[in-house]
Design a protein around this ligand. Structure first.
Ligand code: C2O
Ligand code: CU
Ligand code: CU
Length: 561
């Protein structure tokens, strides 16, 4: 990844460089050693964005959350190994590896680190029940039990999550296993052609990333930006070789949904052409088989794993196509502040959720959910002797279809067990409490929902017709999507996968969008690893991952007994 070049000459030069010069390739070739040397030999300045260096979790000793600029409030994660210090690292693990590190809070606010999507004992979940005070640290220790895929980590101190994530505290964890390696082998994916990107939408004012300063109205609807940061870099360009390109993308934004498409914007035709791609995986890893698509919705905290064919000499943009966001709210903006924020200043010298001061997002069309935005630019090198394009494999994992097997949704229980009970969950707007789950405002000490260990349930989540899309996330237990009903136009047009489902519903999920008026049925399996770390009741969370809604306590506790 590099900064956007201004001169065509430099771009052509870079495009013709062998892929071996990229830092991520170096990290992959020598994964465990010489992280210090890696930084030193990544000589070409345009490649040194400071982002994207991969750190094997076995070498990781400390993760530091620090603020780099008190005026704009920008923050970053720094990884420390015994030998190196890496800003904005990408963590790399093989399934089965252990993570054992100190989380060090150098922010002026409480924080935690939550590894989103990982199967974690509640004590290691960083879910905000025990925030780490400014200046303090905490140990985080767990085994990577998940399938290969793109996972991520972010702060989760209640009341501070939205501000801290927007400020730059977002990190990726790539988990690999044999299925994952087989995909790369079958498609002959060049090392430069596999990229993992956390993409956040940010606001730019006066040429810099604007501080987090939502109005009361934006604290109710969500904070949306008009430009993107990719692994912490504004408007970068990925250099790839011709052939299959595999992208693992995280929507790391606070509130903006994407209708992702790929456009070839240069090349022989010199016009914009939407190009097809194949979805390989979702939040929790690979699908059973690739699915051909030309667009896909990706909401905050969701991940997609896709491949497309990059033609020599072209430039490809990943964009969010314009769509009707179905925000039907007639909101009564109100100034609200999470009680945990009392006594802590914002990260930047600006007010958060203040009674409608400052510029409202509504006046700027680019800062609106459903507005078009370029997410990522990709430059494809000229052809220097590419081999023939291998065909897509028919089957890429052993995952079964949850819906065709609904009586055994997670395929881990015997067929003699009783049919799962259905838990009915309602998403509504309450003029006093904001968005609520089951008409109840959240308090951290609530009992919440109790789920017996190893018992399967069906969760029926219904969003009210006068509402917004809510990307709902469950900690601790991954789930499958069984069915959708009441989906509106643009989303329903993509529901081609049976039972009203879209392509991303075919994978293992930890976050699922529920559109206004829609009902989504999930298969939940309360099984937890038979391991001492999971002994006793485990308290997890179910919440909206629109981070303004999360901080406004659109959340419930989920206890697995
Ligand atoms: Cu990604 Cu509870 O969060
Ligand atoms: Cu999570
Ligand atoms: Cu929400």
């Amino acid at each position: 990844m590099r900064d956007p070049p201004q001169q065509g000459a430099r771009r052509r030069l870079l495009a013709s460089l062998p892929a071996l010069l990229t830092r991520s390739v170096l990290a992959r070739l020598a994964p465990v050693i010489s992280l210090g040397e890696l930084a030193a030999c990544a000589a070409p300045r345009t490649l040194s964005t400071g982002a994207g260096v991969q750190v094997p979790v076995s070498a990781l000793r400390r993760l530091i959350a620090e603020r780099t600029d008190p005026v704009t409030g920008r923050c970053r994660y720094v990884a420390e190994t015994d030998r190196a210090r890496i800003e904005r690292p990408i963590l790399l693990a093989r399934a089965g590896e252990s993570i054992d590190l100190q989380v060090i809070n150098r922010l002026p606010q409480p924080t935690t680190i939550h590894f989103h999507g990982m199967t974690l004992p509640a004590a290691q979940d960083g879910a905000g029940f025990e925030p780490i005070a400014p200046g303090a640290s905490a140990r985080l220790q767990f085994v990577v039990r998940n399938r290969s895929g793109l996972y991520w980590f972010h702060p989760h101190a209640h009341g501070f999550t939205a501000e801290q994530v927007y400020a730059g505290l977002v990190g990726l964890l790539i988990v690999r296993d044999d299925d994952d390696a087989e995909v790369d082998r079958a498609l002959a994916i060049a090392p430069s052609n596999r990229q993992a990107c956390a993409i956040s939408d940010v606001r730019i004012s006066n040429g810099v990333i604007a501080p987090y300063a939502p109005t009361a109205e934006e604290c109710a609807s969500g904070w949306i930006g008009e430009r993107t940061l990719v692994n912490g870099t504004l408007d970068p360009v990925l250099d790839v070789a011709p052939g299959w390109v595999r992208l693992q993308l995280l929507n790391a934004g606070n509130a903006r949904g994407w209708l992702l498409g790929l456009r070839e914007i240069e090349g022989e035709r010199r016009d914009q052409l939407e190009i097809p791609f194949h979805l390989l995986g979702t939040d929790g890893g690979l699908l059973p088989a690739p699915v051909a698509l030309d667009r896909v919705f990706v909401h905050p905290a969701e991940r997609i794993d896709l491949v497309f064919v990059a033609r020599a000499g072209t430039r490809v943009s990943a964009v969010s196509l314009p769509f009707e966001p179905r925000n039907q709210m007639a909101l009564m903006p109100r100034a609200m502040a999470h009680p945990a924020r009392a006594g802590h200043a914002p990260l930047a010298a600006v007010a958060v959720c203040a009674e409608n001061e400052g510029e409202s997002g509504a006046v700027n069309a680019a800062r609106r959910d459903g507005g078009a935005i370029t997410l990522l630019a990709i430059q494809v090198a000229a052809d220097y002797g590419a081999a023939a394009l291998p065909p897509l494999p028919g089957r890429i994992s052993g995952l079964s279809d949850a819906a065709s097997n609904a009586s055994d949704p997670a395929s881990s229980s015997s067929s003699t067990s009783p049919p799962p009970r259905t838990r009915r969950i309602r998403l509504d707007f309450d003029p006093d409490a904001g968005f609520v789950i089951d008409q109840q405002a959240y308090t951290m000490n609530e009992t919440g929902w109790v789920l017996a260990r190893s018992v399967r349930e069906i969760w029926e989540i219904k969003n009210s017709p006068i509402s917004m899309p809510h990307p709902m996330h469950l900690h601790g237990l991954a789930f499958r999507v069984l069915r959708r009903q009441g989906t509106f136009g643009p989303a329903r047009a993509l529901a081609t996968c049976g039972a009203g489902r879209v392509a991303t519903d075919l994978g293992v999920k930890d976050t699922v969008v529920v559109w206004p008026n829609e009902t989504v049925w999930l298969a939940i399996d309360g099984s937890l690893p038979a391991d001492a770390a999971f002994a006793g009741a485990q308290r997890y969370l179910f919440h909206c991952h629109n981070l303004e809604h999360e901080d406004a306590m659109m959340m419930r506790n989920v206890v697995v007994t």
